[in-house]
Design a protein around this ligand. Structure first.
Ligand code: SF4
Length: 199
């Protein structure tokens, strides 16, 4: 699929990324009838990639620290972010959808850059598993969250299929120790990502 590159100013006021160039469109080998696109952002994003890795549920994140390459399983597709600003995206409907999705990702990148300027650095969350979360949950298997056990909740939470706010017992004042435990395990950014709005 030969095409001319398309350059778009997506976020004119973006603090780090503002423009994107659609470099290449190919048929998607993973999903018939869809496309795979290669895009290029206007800035190097190497410093913020580790922070972006903390902004999505761990189950959706594959971060290769050695190469600083982040692959996200979001919007029902794989999206890879490279330090140079290159972005690849598969299972995409058309060019318009590619631009809609890259806009959302560029907003996250700029949020991560703001955090970076304030001294936030990425945490290695690759080893966090359901057991780590489970030990910080109330443990009563009460079912208020819609899951039959706290372990089932922990597993779905890490996959982005549950929200921390759905565990109503965690909101009780006497559960503060458990919440602090979660803050230590997950960090502030990921707590928010996983749907914690506070007490
Ligand atoms: S609401 Fe909380 S305590 Fe109850 S089962 Fe779900 S995770 Fe466990």
């Amino acid at each position: 699929m030969d095409m001319e590159e398309i350059k778009k100013e997506v976020l004119p006021d973006g603090s780090l990324v503002r423009e994107v160039i659609l470099k290449q469109v190919k048929p998607c080998v993973a999903s018939e009838g869809k496309i795979r696109v290669l895009m290029e952002l206007n800035a190097d994003i190497g410093d913020v990639i580790p922070i972006i890795a903390n902004m999505y549920p761990p189950g959706a994140v594959n971060y290769v620290k050695k190469k600083n390459i982040l692959t996200l399983t979001i919007y029902d597709r794989l999206i890879s972010l490279y330090p140079s600003g290159k972005v690849s995206m598969n299972k995409t409907q058309d060019v318009d959808e590619a631009f809609d999705i890259i806009e959302e990702i560029m907003k996250k990148i700029n949020d991560a850059y703001e955090a970076y300027k304030e001294g936030v650095r990425g945490r290695d969350l690759s080893r966090i598993g359901p057991m780590d979360v489970h030990r910080c949950l109330p443990g009563s298997n009460c079912g208020d969250c819609g899951e039959s056990t706290c372990m089932a909740f922990a597993m779905k939470l890490l996959n982005g299929e549950q929200k921390l706010d759905s565990c109503l017992p965690l909101k009780e004042p006497w559960m503060q120790e458990k919440v602090h435990c979660l803050e230590e395990v997950l960090g502030e950014h990921l707590m928010e990502t996983l749907g914690w709005s506070g007490y």
